[in-house]
Design a binder for this molecule. Structure first.
Ligand SMILES: [Zn+2]
Length: 317
């Protein structure tokens, strides 16, 4: 069975997974991998993704892990772009604004983008509706995409737009699920981080770095994990493989509505907690092998095509 041509390179694609279920709607999708560039895509890609986001991202992260997550991401950013007056940061797909707020507290001049700029705006954050709108604010010293790049319909176009917002040497910092991870290999079509159809693209370190190179970026730092994403990747994928209502453990911990009764909730919580503890050694093994559930990468803008010299008179929100 041969698939549709690759949207990135035109190469032929073949099925990687069939019948991957959307845990939110129950609809099934496929995942095809390009035989030439190796990039994997969700098929068919919905023409209108709006309904698939309607329920998926309600609720929020647990307070403690959200804070630890923001702190870790800031530490990684600071190691490459130290905060300081006029240091300009753009967070693409800023969600509830937790990372932007933490970055602003550290002294960065922050801007975010989000499909619906409502909630972060309440914290006085500058949030724009997309990359096009961010062009008026360029250049930025750093641009971050935390688990956002895999959601973008045209990754090449997005990288080109991002490149145009950075001066030469500007830093792009991004995290995506790792299709080349041990957990992705073991759980196959039931891997938690496939998240079809919201994840339109599925990357390995090699396919991601190849795309970045084509867009004029050179990797300058690689990290092996985002530990809470990786642990959930193991425990929730294992739970979903055992049966029951998909994602219940994840939904309970993140305050999202669940469709099961109180007794089953307790079962999911207990089993999820146990599996998360048991997942720790598995995660350590995949991190050691460089095949963790998340790819975190910093890349520097290396070629021409940037926005030119930095703008004078930067303003803080
Ligand atoms: Zn391709």
């Amino acid at each position: 069975m041969s698939g549709s041509p690759c949207l990135l390179c035109g190469g032929p694609r073949s099925p990687l997974h069939l019948r991957v279920s959307d845990p939110e709607t129950g609809e099934e999708f496929g995942i095809e991998r390009c035989k030439v560039c190796g990039t994997a895509a969700t098929v068919p890609a919905p023409l209108n993704l709006g309904p698939y986001y309607a329920s998926a991202y309600h609720g929020g992260r647990h307070g403690l892990t959200a804070r630890l997550c923001a702190r870790r991401r800031l530490r990684r950013l600071r190691s490459l772009v130290p905060p300081g007056k006029g240091r300009r940061l753009l967070d693409v797909g800023c969600g509830d604004g937790a990372f932007l707020l933490a970055a602003r507290d550290q002294g960065y001049d922050t801007t975010g983008t989000e499909r619906d700029p409502g909630p972060p705006g309440r914290h006085g954050l500058r949030v724009l509706p997309g990359l096009d709108a961010a062009a008026a604010e360029a250049p930025f010293d750093a641009i971050t995409l935390w688990h956002v790049f895999e959601h973008l319909e045209d990754p090449r176009e997005a990288l080109s737009a991002i490149r145009s917002l950075l001066p030469d040497g500007g830093i792009l910092l991004l995290a995506v699920p790792n299709l080349g991870s041990l957990q992705a290999r073991i759980f196959g079509r039931r891997w938690f981080h496939l998240d079809v159809p919201r994840h339109l693209w599925h990357y390995t370190r090699a396919t991601l770095e190849s795309l970045l190179a084509q867009a004029g970026f050179t990797p300058v730092r690689r990290w092996r994990h985002e530990w809470e994403y990786d642990l959930f990747g193991w425990s929730q994928s294992a739970l979903d493989s055992l049966g029951g209502t998909p994602r219940t453990f994840f939904r309970l911990l993140t305050g999202k509505p669940v469709r099961t009764g109180p007794l089953l909730r307790l079962v999911h919580l207990a089993a999820g907690a146990l599996l998360t503890v048991l997942a720790a050694p598995a995660a350590l093994i995949e991190w050691t092998l460089g095949r963790g559930g998340t790819i975190v990468l910093a890349a520097a803008a290396t070629r021409g095509g940037g926005p030119g010299p930095p703008r004078a008179g930067c303003s803080s929100p």
